[in-house]
Design a protein around this ligand. Structure first.
Ligand SMILES: [Zn+2]
Length: 411
């Protein structure tokens, strides 16, 4: 007779395994209360006075064993709890009362959801996607549900479109120094930032030295209200993002104006114009060159894209001011309404561009966060749930605690 036993794979306390039955699709393991222990109330965990009834059964899914799904057929009792003054289900150490998955299976679902889209985890484990998402969200809520406002000095605020072509946004607040996402919230208006600052104490607000943000009035208004001492910085990342829209508008107008063979050349150029030149294939770079030779407005707009970076190279305010003035002088030669609007915006917000000299907030961290969030969005696709999406973002950016203490972007 074999002495092989699977019991050690199920180190559950206060119960005993009474039988196992392995068939094609799964393994069924019967579990009974170990009568040497007094049952506990599942609600308050106090030892129960008397057993109210027994012989109740529940099917609970556990981690797979080899290639089989494992189901526990759990016998349990209902007990009279003196403490609750109620009849209660007895406590099981491996599964919470209304759940149909063991703790360790739920933990495994959560770990997998860190790596894979919900739909893939559901398929892999043969679970309902709604169950998978609910498990993931519950763990996330526990770990990241609270906002930690400690130690913030430099923030970066960004907004992410939730659905393409719609006006639903998620605002993301990043601790620029540690890379931790501090907070996410639906919307991108004044009220959104009021919710963020609502959880902050006075001293925490006063500790803020700088905030990198888009040239967006509702945000700026609330920053000036909640932390007037903090310098508002319009960082290069957000400026380039805004300028990307100008390029797109100029291109659209040139498509409308183009005739004959020029039309297709201009029309298919969006990608070429917006992408970094270094990331283009040689044939794409050739097409871009041809386009720029043929169209003067597009050519100017394109050159100005690179020139924006020059403004941000200076730490000396008057030098940055001169570079900004030069840029605007060049931009004024582009005949386009959207460009004219952009120039006006730059002039209005030039204080925040020059603040970059004092708080040189770089683009790479902001760009990295933005790109990674787009990936998370694709993974969480199918669940248009901003709360869940926000928690996934916080999970992806826990920040580097050590870095937060030792490095200082302020020099
Ligand atoms: Zn109780």
């Amino acid at each position: 007779m074999s002495s092989l036993s699977i019991a050690s794979y199920f180190p559950f306390t206060r119960v005993k395994m009474v039988s196992q039955n392995v068939h094609d699709r799964g393994a069924l393991i019967k579990v009974q209360p170990d009568l040497r222990w007094r049952p506990l109330c599942h609600e308050c965990r106090s030892p129960a006075g008397t057993v109210h009834s027994q012989g109740h059964r529940r099917m609970i899914r556990d981690l797979n064993l080899a290639d089989r799904q494992v189901w526990l057929e759990v016998g349990y009792r209902k007990v009279w709890c003196e403490h609750c003054r109620k009849t209660r289900v007895e406590h099981l150490s491996f599964c919470d009362s209304p759940q149909r998955l063991t703790h360790r299976l739920r933990r495994y679902v959560y770990e997998l959801c860190r790596l894979l889209p919900v739909a893939d985890v559901a398929e892999h484990l043969d679970l309902d996607p709604k169950t998978v998402k609910a498990v993931d969200q519950e763990f996330l809520q526990e770990e990241f549900g609270q906002t930690d406002y400690e130690g913030l000095r430099v923030l970066a605020i960004d907004e992410i479109a939730l659905k393409k072509g719609q006006r639903d946004y998620l605002t993301v607040v990043l601790d620029y120094e540690s890379g931790r996402v501090v907070w996410t919230g639906e919307g991108h208006d004044q009220e959104t930032l009021d919710r963020f600052f609502g959880g902050m104490t006075g001293p925490q607000k006063s500790a803020l030295q700088a905030v990198a943000v888009d040239m967006w009035d509702p945000y700026i208004n609330r920053l000036q209200h909640h932390c007037p001492q903090a310098s508002i910085v319009f960082d290069l990342f957000h400026i380039v993002q805004g300028y990307g829209q100008v390029i797109d508008e100029v291109r659209r107008e040139e498509v409308r104006k183009a005739v004959g063979p020029m039309k297709p050349v201009v029309k298919g150029s969006r990608y070429l114009l917006l992408k970094n030149r270094d990331n283009l294939r040689p044939d794409q770079a050739d097409r871009l060159d041809e386009l720029l030779k043929l169209n003067e407005n597009l050519s100017r707009v394109y050159v100005l894209k690179d020139q924006l970076k020059v403004i941000y190279q200076y730490r000396h305010r008057p030098a940055a001011q001169a570079a900004l003035d030069d840029w605007i002088a060049m931009a004024e030669r582009v005949d386009n309404y959207h460009m004219a609007q952009f120039i006006k915006t730059l002039r209005r917000f030039e204080y925040g561009i020059l603040n970059h000299c004092n708080f040189p907030i770089g683009t790479s961290r902001l760009e990295g966060v933005n790109n990674k969030i787009k990936v998370i969005k694709r993974k969480a696709y199918g669940f248009h749930d901003p709360v869940y999406f926000g928690l996934k973002i916080k999970q992806a950016f826990p920040g580097d605690a050590k870095e937060r203490k030792t490095t200082n972007c302020l020099g």
